[in-house]
Design a protein. Structure first.
Length: 319
């Protein structure tokens, strides 16, 4: 493992500050990538091709004690990068998600855009930064036809400047069209190779796209925050997340257990996503350890599903 100052350069941190996302060479070797990809296939078997919708995907959350996952979380690479990005010597693990976007070559390309959370400039530029440091660990190549992550570089800072004067934090994902008139950069795809790691913030305007190719896309999301400043996120599953952290801590090597702490019921300062309704893409809702897409083209039906508790209230929008 390289020294701390080598895992991410000053220039890469500047790009993260400016754009909200930067690609790094990850720490995983081909055997580790293959082991994690095989785990995806065991946990999330693909549905029949003729039954797949345009945004067909599965997401699993915070329920993994398999050795390959424990080794990933324990890898010092992520701690060291998060320390540099968040400007603190002490960071802790927040959560993990496995995301598989299935091949749907029968559907046309499409994408949608939103933000999951808003920060002020004071949050982004503080020491430590009062935000989550998020990683996308890519297990497969991502090309234009393989569900690329779509984002608008620098949009997190455009929103943060407005937040500085009008600090209306949000606990719901906000669609692009509901953000108001903002001078945003054009949307662009994030193209990567298997083994790359993208450091990013979900305060970017970003979104999912349709996998129009012939191969599934696999990515792991890891989130860290400053040890003395826990970001409030998906508190409806806080007990579940704490239960996972307790089990995970027991599986970590003794010298890595400092990464996992239990959160209090009132910890943090910012609620992340509660619910996302979108008449074109349905409602993404959390089901304890798992995320499902309730597909509907009718916005009223989506709201009715939530009102009648046919889906849970809190969610993370996934890409």
């Amino acid at each position: 493992m390289p020294a701390t100052h080598d895992v991410i350069t000053d220039q890469q941190i500047e790009q993260f500050d400016r754009d909200g996302a930067v690609n790094l060479t990850g720490p995983l070797n081909p055997a580790q990538l293959s082991a994690l990809a095989a785990l995806f296939d065991r946990l999330m078997p693909a549905p029949p091709m003729d039954q797949r919708k345009p945004y067909e995907r599965q997401v699993l959350a915070n329920d993994f004690l398999q050795p390959a996952v424990v080794r990933l979380i324990a890898d010092p690479f992520f701690e060291r990068v998060a320390q540099r990005v968040l400007r603190t010597d002490r960071v802790v693990f927040h959560s993990i998600f496995l995301n598989q976007a299935y091949a749907t070559p029968q559907h046309a390309f499409d994408h949608w855009q939103h933000v999951d959370i808003k920060y002020r400039l004071d949050d982004l530029d503080g020491t430590p930064r009062r935000m989550l440091c998020s990683f996308m660990v890519w297990l497969t190549d991502v090309t234009l036809d393989r569900a690329p992550f779509m984002y608008r570089p620098g949009s997190h800072r455009v929103i943060a400047r407005r937040m500085q004067d009008d600090p209306q934090y949000t606990d719901n994902p906000v669609r692009l069209e509901d953000l108001g008139d903002l001078p945003l950069a054009d949307v662009q795809p994030l193209l990567v190779r298997a083994g790359d790691v993208t450091v990013n913030t979900s305060a970017l305007v970003h979104g999912a796209s349709v996998n129009t190719g012939k191969h599934d896309r696999k990515v792991i999301f890891l989130h860290y925050h400053p040890a003395d400043y826990e970001v409030r996120a998906n508190m409806n599953i806080n007990e579940m997340r704490n239960a996972y952290r307790r089990k995970l801590r027991e599986q970590l090597p003794a010298d890595r257990r400092h990464l996992v702490v239990e959160a209090s019921a009132s910890a943090g300062f910012l609620p992340l996503n509660s619910r996302c309704e979108d008449e074109a893409h349905g409602v993404f809702e959390v089901h304890v350890h798992r995320f499902d897409l309730v597909a509907t083209d009718d916005h009223g039906k989506a709201a009715d599903l939530v009102a009648h508790r046919q889906v849970h209230r809190h969610a993370i929008v996934v890409v």
